[in-house]
Design a protein around this ligand. Structure first.
Ligand code: CMC
Length: 442
């Protein structure tokens, strides 16, 4: 039987349909509320707003559950590969041998970028942030595929753009790194799998071939699988919003990369390491920084802590912490930043401020330390997150574009500005407070 919620405004009652998901999540459907009543709902930061119906990822923040297409993240991190998980997210089922073989072969076939695109790298300064370069280059890929610009793409066009993006994001990321350190580009190899191929493009050089270490591959595999999707987060919602205007997938992903860049989202892994390095350089007095994080008059936050949805613990951080220990032990690395991170975590978890607000280490608290051990430079950590998150962005875009109910994303607002004003000539206007005048940074 259909259920309804009742909303009473003044003396009128409105019936709003109740929607229930397969895992028992409930929503009040307000899509027609404005037409019926003239009211909209207001929810800044979309903290309590569902933007779509989705069958890709289930996340229960209270109980620290994360599943891709119903499969627990713990099982995928232990047994799956990044490519298999990408396939699962995008196509909805675990692939059989024929499917994974052709998916994998397509990566080899499409991993090269157009030779002309290499010129782009010459235009960037060597210290340009890799996320800026990555988003620009992914957006620019659209120029090379006019045949994939169809606003109503066919299944085959979606498959093609999917594999082009997944294959090329590695090459672009590795080329940007090589350019930044002044070394020649290393081309993708047909005999290497997805992650070894990326590591080889990053770290091998004519002077010194890179030896692929299974422990490093396993660590990176885990990180990419854990990053692969996280339902309607900031960057994924951006990809959906941009795609909802029927902009192509290159443009939508490029926008997603920019949304991911921020330190409150995928840029947090870089911010965590920079924070740990700063605390270490300051004598390792982490307690001082925990106090700063609690001080409302101080902008400092404990990076890698807290999450909009997880209010118990982030299941991804537990898997990462265990994998970090394994990586450090097998590579015989001792990083004082790992010790510092563990001490900070222990102290914060006992602190009333963090307990009350349910602030736990998130996926980014330990991921940066792992990327550091693998040899990835700090400013590239958000790009690593982007490679990992790409299957999720594609899956979410595909689900949206294939939905018969797809609508352009277009939220409303409550206007709180001036009411009607009359234009005045400049000589009749009052002098503006000098503090508020246009004054760009030098
Ligand atoms: N350090 C200190 N206080 C914090 C922190 C933190 N890292 N995170 C939240 N708080 C406090 C916040 O000041 C607020 O306190 P009060 O209630 O007294 O005003 C309370 O906790 C709730 O915080 P919020 O900012 O309203 O929560 P949110 O859901 O809007 O923000 C967050 C979530 C992840 C942006 C935030 O926790 C944060 O800034 N964390 C640090 C950045 C970070 O690690 N981001 C990576 C997230 S995981 C990767 C991904 O999926 O994006």
């Amino acid at each position: 039987m259909d259920k309804f919620a009742k909303l009473i405004i003044d003396d009128k009652t409105y019936e709003l349909p109740i929607i229930e998901g397969t895992e028992g999540e409930k929503a009040v459907d307000v899509s027609n509320l404005r037409t019926q009543s003239g009211y909209i709902t207001l929810d800044q930061g979309y903290a309590n707003t569902g933007s779509c119906l989705s069958s890709i990822t289930f996340l229960d923040g209270e109980n620290a559950i994360l599943r891709y297409r119903g499969f627990p993240i713990e099982q995928l991190a232990e047994h799956s590969t990044f490519l298999e998980t990408a396939y699962l997210l995008i196509y909805g089922h675990l692939p059989d041998q024929t499917e994974i073989d052709s998916f994998s072969a397509a990566f080899t076939r499409f991993s090269m970028i157009h030779e002309d695109m290499k010129q782009f790298f010459n235009g960037y300064p060597s210290n340009g942030h890799p996320m800026g370069i990555l988003s620009a280059m992914i957006g620019a890929l659209a120029a090379y595929y006019p045949e994939l610009m169809n606003p109503n793409p066919t299944k085959q066009e979606i498959d093609k753009i999917t594999v082009e993006l997944l294959a090329k994001i590695r090459t672009i990321t590795a080329f940007a790194y090589k350019k930044s350190i002044g070394e020649p580009f290393v081309y993708p190899r047909h005999d290497l799998k997805y992650i070894p191929n990326f590591l080889n493009m990053m770290f091998s050089s004519p002077a010194k071939p890179y030896e692929i270490d299974d422990v490093v591959v396993r660590a990176m595999q885990t990180l990419f699988i854990l990053h692969a999707d996280h339902e309607q987060n900031c960057s994924t919602s951006t990809v959906r919003l941009v795609g909802s205007s029927r902009a192509n997938l290159f443009a939508s992903v490029s926008a997603g990369i920019n949304a991911l860049w921020g330190p409150l989202h995928g840029g947090a892994n870089q911010a965590v390491i920079e924070m740990l390095q700063m605390i270490y350089a300051d004598g390792g007095n982490y307690k001082k920084y925990i106090e700063k994080a609690k001080d409302k008059n101080d902008h400092f936050r404990l990076m890698g802590f807290g999450h909009r949805v997880y209010k118990n613990f982030d299941p991804r951080s537990r898997i990462i912490k265990a994998r970090a220990d394994e990586l450090f032990e097998k590579l015989h690395i001792h990083d004082p930043l790992l010790d510092l991170a563990k001490k900070m975590e222990e102290a914060a978890l006992k602190d009333e401020y963090f307990i009350e607000r349910k602030l736990y280490p998130n996926v980014d608290f330990y991921s940066g330390i792992m990327y550091k051990a693998i040899g990835i430079p700090v400013n590239m950590y958000p790009s690593m997150f982007a490679i990992g998150r790409l299957p999720g962005w594609i899956a979410q875009w595909k689900e949206m574009i294939e939905s018969p109910n797809m609508k352009i994303g277009r939220p409303r607002q409550i206007y709180i500005g001036n009411t009607n004003q009359n234009y005045t000539p400049i000589e009749q206007r009052a002098t503006v407070d000098p503090q508020k005048r246009f004054n760009p940074a030098k």
